[in-house]
Structure formats: C-alpha cells, structure tokens
Design a protein around this ligand. Structure first.
Ligand code: URA
Length: 300
C-alpha cells in the first residue's frame, strides 16, 4: 500500500514498525487516543491523597494506639488480585512532590497492620506510577520471616502478576535463595517501588521520595532481623548512600527504621547477574555471609 500524504494511514509495514517500537519502549497498553499535557493541568489543585485505610489510626494517634502484631494479621500474600485494580488518572496529578511525600509518610505511619498498609497503598493517589501500572506489587513471601529482601521496582511480569520477582530475575533469585536453603516461605520480599515504572525506565527521585515512607513502614511492621538489599537502587534508598553497589556489596551496614537498627547486606541485583554471570561468584560470597549471620541468630 502506498501513502499519498502526511495524514494518510500508515502502511502495514509502518504500522508493524511503530508497534514494534512501542513494545521495545515498554508500552503495554493504550490509555487514551489523544495525548494529555499534564503540565497544562491546574497546578493550584492540592496534592491528591486519600484517607487512611479504615483500620488505620490518625498519624498523631499511632503511637498511643495499642500495637497489634502486624504479622499475625497478615497472611502470606499468595495470589495477585484476580482483576487488575486499574484506576483512572485523576484530572489533576499531585505537582507538589514534597507535599505528596509528606502525605505518604502520614498515611503510612497511620497503618498498624500489613493489610492496612496494602489498603492504604491501593488507595494512595500521590504517585503517578500507579496510573501506568496494571497492578500494585505489594509483597511476596512470609511476613513472619526473619529475612526481608528489598528489590528495586517491578518489571513487566511483576506488574502483570502483582507479585515481586516473578520474571527471569525472580527465577534466578529463587535459585540463589535455594542455594542457601531458603525459599519464598522463609523470606519476605518487597521493592523500593510498588508500581512498575513505564517501560522499566529509571524511577525519578520524586517517585522514590513518595514511595519510601511506605517501604520504611512496611519494614517496620514486618520487623525482620536482617535485610538483603538487592542492587544499587535498593542500597541507595535504604542506606542513603551514593556509593555504587559494586563497592558496597558484601559489606554489612545498618538501616535505622522505626527506632531499630536492622543489619543490612547490599548485594548484586539478580537482573545484573543475568547480564554479568561471571559476577555470580561475588553474589555467592554475599549469600554465604548472609546465611552464616542468619544461622547465628538466637531463636525468637
Ligand atoms: N527487579 C526488581 O528489582 N524487582 C522485581 O520485583 C523484579 C525485578
């Protein structure tokens, strides 16, 4: 088919090339027919946040409220939501990043159980990533586990299933855990972001700023004995370091969260190991150090 002018329909080859480009760029769904210039939306609108989950208490009351055991209250998150809880974007996105992060902290702090935290995230409208993601990726594994893993962000497979580390990197992670006698029932897994950045692009500092209060509260509620930080992004967010992962991996550090110092071991991300298999020997060393420290823990 020939094209007669700039406004003519695409040829089949052009349409196929365009679709291939979109797939390559990470586009998985068409949201609407016309582009929306979000910079032209009303900037005076207040940041969009929702009320805390029903069983959450206001931030100021959180410390006074009797603290239920959050682990007892939450099962092991076996399945992703059956129907994707896709939400329509609000007409006005939060433009004040600092305000959105502050609201996130207040909302997260008010959650006293993992179920409340999940519900709060499901209702949270302060992070634009939720509007391009198909599912919230909250956590997987056993919330009573003594070891908590923190990855970077969901990818395509995780977004589709609503569970962290289920794609190729996740399969490698499962094998790494198995090598030291662990599995998804003996660890608990989250990411620094609970929604997939479109096309797996690098998350922005503002996206991290608004999501980290939820991650920190998540860690506080699970109260693990130690953290394994998967990759440089996770290490940067939780240790506040700018030093690259290849320099800090394998060195124990500590995260102060909820008044507790939690030992944290940064290691190489499984996705990096898929690209650089020769580096697996370093990850193996880290895993052995982790296992030794886990085995030395006194019984709970
Ligand atoms: N990479 C991550 O950091 N997290 C996931 O859940 C999947 C891949």
């Amino acid at each position: 088919m020939n094209r007669s002018g700039p406004s003519s329909p695409l040829t089949a080859d052009e349409a196929a090339a365009l679709l291939a480009f979109f797939v390559e760029a990470g586009v998985t769904e068409a949201l609407c027919e016309a582009p929306v210039d979000r910079y032209m939306l009303d900037e005076t609108a207040a940041p969009v946040v929702t009320a805390p989950a029903p069983d959450a208490v206001p931030a100021g009351e959180a410390r006074r409220a009797p603290r239920a055991d959050p682990r007892g209250a939450a099962p092991t998150f076996p399945a992703a939501p059956s129907a994707p809880p896709r939400v329509a974007a609000p007409t006005s996105l939060p433009l004040d990043d600092a305000g959105a992060a502050e609201s996130a902290r207040a909302i997260a702090q008010a959650c006293t159980t993992l179920d409340a935290l999940r519900a709060a995230l499901e209702g949270f409208e302060g992070c634009p990533l939720r509007y391009t993601a198909k599912n919230l990726v909250f956590a997987d594994g056993n919330p009573a586990a003594r070891l908590m893993l923190v990855g970077e962000a969901p990818g395509r497979d995780e977004d589709l299933q609503g569970l962290p580390f289920v794609g190729r990197a996740g399969q490698l992670l499962d094998r790494m855990l198995a090598a030291i006698g662990l599995d998804r029932q003996s660890v608990y897994i989250v990411n620094t972001l609970p929604w997939r950045p479109p096309g797996n692009r690098t998350p922005t500092p503002a996206e991290h700023a608004v999501c980290m209060p939820f991650v920190e509260r998540h860690i506080e509620l699970v109260a693990p004995d130690m953290l394994l930080l998967l990759g440089g992004v996770s290490a940067k967010q939780l240790l506040g370091t700018e030093t690259g992962i290849t320099r800090i991996r394998g060195k124990w550090s500590s995260c102060r969260i909820g008044g507790r110092d939690i030992p944290a071991l940064p290691t190489l991300h499984p996705a990096y190991l898929l690209r650089q298999p020769a580096q697996k020997r370093l990850a193996w060393r880290d895993l052995q150090a982790l296992k030794a420290r886990l085995d030395a823990l006194p019984p709970r």
